[in-house]
Design a protein around this ligand. Sequence first.
Ligand code: LHQ
Length: 259
Amino acid sequence: TVLVTLADGVLQLVLNRPDKLNSFNEEMHMALRAAFERAHSDNSVRTVLLTGAGRGFSAGQDLGDRDPRKGGPAPDLGHTLETFYNPTLRLIRSLSKPVICAVNGVAAGAGANIAFACDIVFAARSAKFIQAFSKIGLVPDAGGSWHLARILGEPRAKALALTAEPLTAEQAAEWGLIWKAVDDEKLLETAHALALSLAKGPTRGLGLTKQLIQAAATNSLDQQLDLERDYQREAGRTKDYAEGVTAFLEKRPANFRGE
Ligand code: LHQ
């Protein structure tokens, strides 16, 4: 359900249930989570690239899995979040390596919000983002209520979540929800080129940069200045920093090793 390949430091993850628009069943949840666990522990992974197979990125939770017409007690959706979505969201955000997302088509419900949790998001011009939750009586999850409110502010976050109106890739880029909208046929090569380039970068410095920017969400300026001091101290001790400065002085490209 998730195709995983590692080449040149890029761990590419392709959500692969195209006939169900890559909606999440338990198997796909576990596969995605295992892939991000590997990204944490495997030093040869220096960047992650997440995308979807077929015409959609992901339609969120597989609703066929929880058909109320089949009877039985109401499902505990909190348990679904605690067991499946939240660990994966935390793994994406805590991974000290860049996570690039290439949204190849519609991203609905938790599918949209997983994309927003990634570090650099490209979307095909034809892709749409839909906070589909309100259509079925649910609330935004997979970090969506946090990301939308933080990035867009309350007026736009509330309107998107309450109406479930589709947001185009262009508008998402204009509003700062994603990095760039790109022509459909250029999506994967654009995202992959950036992934390759970041995978050749000073991985520890890039990881600290990601964590630093995320920490700004909850820190005061004073706390953030302290954190910049601490992380810069750490970055300054890496071999890649020494290589970066040496390469600059020798007027040649740096050969970073992620150390
Ligand atoms: C699907 C799905 C789908 C199964 C398309 N499931 N089959 C929820 C509950 C529990 C715990 C906590 O978290 C969550 C989080 C959530 O993500 S809730 C939100 C769940 N997602 C949705 O409500 C979106 C439902 N899907 C749609 O509204 C549409 O499919 C969109 C707008 C995404 C795409 O529309 P179209 O391009 O017109 O495609 P389609 O509707 O024809 O879908 C294609 C096929 O994929 C179709 O199957 P079929 O056998 O008829 O060809 C759909 O049934 C299937 N599919 N989404 N979530």
